[in-house]
Design a protein around this ligand. Structure first.
Ligand SMILES: NC(=O)C1=CN([C@@H]2O[C@H](COP(=O)(O)OP(=O)(O)OC[C@H]3O[C@@H](n4cnc5c(N)ncnc54)[C@H](O)[C@@H]3O)[C@@H](O)[C@H]2O)C=CC1
Ligand SMILES: O=C(O)C1=N[C@H](C(=O)O)C[C@H](O)C1
Length: 265
């Protein structure tokens, strides 16, 4: 029995890759896509997809679900839309697999409660790439011994949110093993606002945005006479696709919300 998949954001850099991934997968069927404006009746109407891609395009989640009954919604849209999409999907008994970043802590708590009440699987994964998950796990381990940490995340210059969801998740994992600690000289002054980057529990996070980049992060740990650097580079968006497919299959077996792929690999 194929898993019935809907994708929100099919024309995006990630969404288009996910469309191809689901279309090629022998255990999945792409039953619909969700866009934010009328762009055609089916994906075949879009030049970016072949004529064989006949999934219908909707702009309303309820209509999509009523017409196509998806098991899973993959969201790869925007920080402005993702909370609404995730809540709508849960309330319509569709399992969200969310790659889109930019949730607030309060939104995560609320969505987790809805998933628990409905006993429905939901995966929110700031990063689907196995290398990035390993980077975050290694960083958590390193922070036990080297608590002075600065994260430098680097992305293409079309990214809407900063810091990245991966950088925030990395810092959150580190917080689990690192006591709050301010870093740098106690009397340091920024002569140019923002020079020391974002601050989270005393850790610093710096966001680089440049054309030519895809998704890159290094976690720097400073110690006496040494520096440990843990780095991951996504060179193209194929790096995320096995994680997307894994989550679509995994979410079917779950009855609650999981935040972060490190909790299920
Ligand atoms: N979890 C992961 O491994 C990864 C997550 N991301 C995240 O995925 C999101 C999308 O990234 P990109 O594909 O690079 O962005 P993008 O801007 O290329 O694509 C976003 C797409 O969503 C569409 N969209 C915007 N609002 C919408 C709405 N209300 N309903 C339906 N579609 C809507 C846009 O038309 C666009 O086609 C970002 O939040 C990014 O941080 C990106 C790469 C990997
Ligand atoms: O916007 C992107 O491209 C990415 N966003 C995610 C994030 O915010 O962590 C994942 C990856 O870094 C690519």
């Amino acid at each position: 029995m194929s898993i019935r998949v809907a994708i929100a954001g099919p024309r995006g850099k990630m969404g288009a890759e996910a469309v191809h991934t689901v279309m090629k997968h022998d255990k999945m069927e792409l039953v619909a896509v969700l866009d934010y404006k009328e762009v055609g009746k089916t994906l075949a109407d879009l030049e970016m997809f072949p004529a064989s891609y006949t999934a219908p395009i909707f702009t309303d989640m309820s209509e999509l679900v009523e017409a196509t009954a998806p098991d899973v919604l993959v969201d790869l849209t925007s920080p402005h839309a993702v909370y609404k999409h995730t809540k709508e999907a849960l309330n319509l008994n569709v399992r969200p697999v969310i790659g889109t970043t930019g949730f607030t802590d309060e939104q995560l708590v609320e969505l987790s409660a809805i998933a628990k009440e409905k006993e429905l699987g939901c995966i929110i994964a700031p990063n689907f790439a196995i290398g990035a998950i390993l980077m975050m796990k290694f960083a958590k381990e390193a922070a036990k011994y080297l608590p002075d940490v600065e994260i430098i995340e680097m992305h293409h210059d079309q990214k809407l949110d900063a810091p990245s969801g991966t950088a925030v998740k990395t810092a959150q994992l580190i917080q689990e093993v690192r006591a709050q600690k301010m870093q740098g000289h106690p009397e340091e002054k920024e002569t140019l606002k923002g020079a020391r980057g974002a601050e989270l529990d005393g850790m610093r996070i710096h966001s680089v945005r440049l054309p030519g980049l895809v998704a890159h992060q290094q976690v720097l740990f400073g110690g006496d006479g040494q520096l440990l650097t843990i780095r991951h580079d996504s060179l193209n968006r194929n790096s995320f696709m096995s994680g997307v497919a894994f989550c679509v299959e995994e979410v079917m077996k779950m009855d609650q919300l999981v935040y972060g792929l490190e909790n299920i690999i």
